[in-house]
Design a protein around this ligand. Structure first.
Ligand code: K7E
Ligand code: CUA
Ligand code: CA
Length: 643
């Protein structure tokens, strides 16, 4: 049932009396909307009792998401895992979680952080232990070709330790992690969609990474925060090496890239360069900061850069002060209100949209006009703003349906608002009779990111919209103090949005992309040659000793390991290498060593190794931990450590 007391005419913002930018005083109410959920009396639609346009109103649409046993989803969704440091893979429209791909944080299922191979990706200290075991992933995006995903790679950020991980989308595994030098709080990430200069390169070759926290550069403990700066980083998509960085003012949130490869942008919420929140929200406007990719790379090539500290990465100057002349500017700070959140590229390639967060508006920036400014053809940078329209309270992120409509989450209003971009531009130009808001839908509750199927590609198909609601409140069985988040799934194929489903998700994923299933071609069985250390034949198995350095090499083939036992001496430094010779997909084996903190899996034709010191004498039954065969329980080998 729709709560009519809250519904608003389509052209009006739901906050008729509250159209001022949010000031410090109102900020207290911002958290109140969250805290007051228990008594369901919070303002701004934070605790709407039921969905507007609920699934019950449209049984037909809701049916689409209930797949029968054996039916496959039509879309993949790649979700950032949040604190679990992984990427989650969902099938849509069902919303079923299919797998999690560990990246930054150890994972007990596969032995991520246990095997030498995964540790080499994650990075270790000199003593062999992992450098980091915490992470905070926010954003995930995939590689492009011709304006659509090409199924090669996805990338995901770790905000805490400023690392970017790459996932191979053939095997759905993380294969590289790169540290961003001199960056704290690496937040937004987006691959480019083609090269700005070379026409033949119509696919992703760069990954842009926004640095959020400004710090002393080099980080030498200076107290005057106005001297801090942050860096915008370009990573090579193939080698994963850091190519260059840009010194900038402000704090980066999200990153977007243009379809022609010429521009990248990040929304800046702290152009005040404040150290405290009241400083960060003192100005009425901040910026959407544009990067002229070709110019930056020309400047690097011409040697117009410095380096910071121990890093060899070239750093060019993109600060406001040094980029006032459009003829030479590497960057352009387009003024947008206030502490903007999110910047998203429309699928027609024309616009970037920044949501206002502390302003109830979205700002539409026309990219050709930004390029004109760089070319000296557009006198005022502000002229690139073709619309700045009110949507509601706390606008954060925007998705697209490929039919000219944008969908923006309203964090404070707990709504998604559907609005027409061309009509918003007409309204902004002066025709105040134009109704640019098409529909509003109550959400549950406080939405952050949203994305539509194929939204961030030129193939946006406008079928479904997923919204990551930060709070689920009353939508699921209570489970103690921490509630799950609520991923809501919405049919956007018609004029009106129809809520289809609530899915509880363990905290706290942020962003995600959704694309057609035929865009990736997963491989189900490895080839032995992918692993230089493979034990290719059971006959190569054995214990190979050089002093106290011992190699144990063995294979698995259901229901047996190639060694029935292996003997070690106390104090041996052991590297155990296991190749799974089974060739059938999903015929995975595990390998656990009791009391030695070892457990990992090997997929068909995969090789993995572990290194440990045989410091406990005795008999240890190493057993298969992954159910593989009727004789799975019997699948063991005996490790004998002599005193
Ligand atoms: Cu994706 Cu700024 Cu981490 Cu929004 S962010 S919710
Ligand atoms: Cu092999 Cu269980
Ligand atoms: Ca600000």
């Amino acid at each position: 049932m729709k709560d009519d007391s809250k519904s608003t005419p389509a052209t009006e913002t739901p906050a008729a009396g509250r159209r001022r930018f949010i000031g410090s005083a109102a900020l207290a109410g911002l958290t109140l909307g969250v805290a007051a959920c228990a008594d369901k009396k919070s303002e701004g639609g934070a605790a709407a009792p039921a969905a507007g346009g609920s699934a019950a109103a449209s049984g037909h649409a809701a049916d689409a998401i209930h797949l029968k046993p054996g039916e496959l989803d039509t879309y993949y969704g790649l979700w950032s895992g949040g604190h679990t440091g992984d990427m989650r893979v969902l099938g849509l429209p069902s919303g079923r979680e299919i797998t999690r791909i560990p990246c930054f944080v150890p994972d007990a299922l596969v032995g991520w952080g246990i095997t030498n191979e995964s540790k080499a990706v994650m990075g270790t200290k000199p003593d062999g232990s992992l450098r980091y075991t915490v992470a905070d992933t926010h954003h995930t995006h995939a590689s492009y070709k011709d304006g659509n995903y090409d199924g090669r790679y996805a990338w995901i950020n770790d905000k805490i330790n400023a690392r970017v991980a790459r996932i191979r989308l053939d095997y759905f595994v993380c294969d590289k992690i790169t540290d961003l030098p001199n960056v704290q709080g690496f937040h937004g990430i987006f691959p480019d969609k083609r090269d700005p200069v070379d026409e033949k390169i119509n696919y992703t070759t760069r990954v842009f990474c926004g640095g959020e926290f400004a710090i002393p550069l080099p980080n030498a403990g200076i107290e005057d925060a106005s001297k801090y700066r942050s860096l915008f980083t370009c990573v090579d998509a193939e080698s994963m090496d850091v190519r260059w960085q840009v010194l900038i003012d402000g704090n980066c949130d999200l990153v977007a890239t243009s379809y022609d490869g010429k521009l990248a942008a990040t929304n800046q919420y702290n152009t005040e360069m404040g150290a405290h929140y009241e400083d960060m929200m003192s100005a009425e406007r901040d910026a959407c900061l544009f990067f002229n990719v070709a110019r930056i790379e020309a400047a690097v090539k011409a040697g117009k850069f410095k380096t910071i500290g121990d890093s060899k990465v070239p750093v060019v100057d993109g600060t406001r002060e040094s980029n006032k002349d459009p003829k030479t500017a590497l960057t352009a700070y387009v003024s947008v209100p206030k502490n903007p959140h999110g910047v998203n590229a429309s699928p027609d390639g024309k616009y970037f949209i920044c949501a206002g967060k502390l302003s109830p508006t979205a700002t539409v920036i026309e990219l050709s006009k930004v390029l004109d400014w760089f070319d000296g053809k557009q006198e005022k940078l502000d002229g690139a703003i073709v619309a700045e329209v009110e949507l509601g309270l706390g606008p954060l992120h925007t998705a697209f349906d490929g039919r000219g409509n944008a969908y923006t989450t309203l964090f404070l209003d707990s709504q998604v608002v559907k609005w027409n971009v061309d009509k918003a531009i007409a309204f902004h130009k002066g025709d105040k009779t134009v109704k640019y808001v098409v529909d509003r839908l109550d959400l549950h509750y406080q939405p952050g990111h949203l994305n539509a199927t194929q939204s961030e590609t030129m193939a946006a198909d406008g079928k479904y919209l997923a919204v990551g609601c930060k709070f689920s409140k009353d939508r699921f069985l209570p489970v103690g103090p921490l509630h799950p988040e609520n991923e809501q799934f919405i049919d956007i194929s018609g004029e009106k949005m129809v809520l289809l489903a609530d899915h509880p998700v363990r905290g706290e994923p942020h962003d995600f992309i959704i694309f057609k299933r035929d865009l990736v071609k997963p491989k189900q069985v490895y080839t032995l040659d992918e692993f230089p250390n493979a034990v290719k034949d059971p006959k190569e198995s054995g214990v190979f000793r050089k002093g106290n350095k011992v190699e144990v090499r063995l294979t698995s083939q259901a229901p047996a390991f190639s060694l029935r036992e292996f003997k070690l001496k106390k104090g041996d430094i052991v590297t155990l290498t296991l190749t799974n010779l089974d060739k059938v997909e999903d015929l995975t084996h595990g390998f656990a060593i009791p009391k030695y903190n070892v457990n990992f899996i090997v997929n068909p034709q995969e090789t993995a190794s572990v290194t440990f010191v045989a410091d406990k004498p005795g008999v240890f039954w190493c057993y298969c931990t992954h159910f593989c065969h009727a004789l799975h329980l019997e699948m063991r080998t005996r490790m004998i450590v002599e005193a």
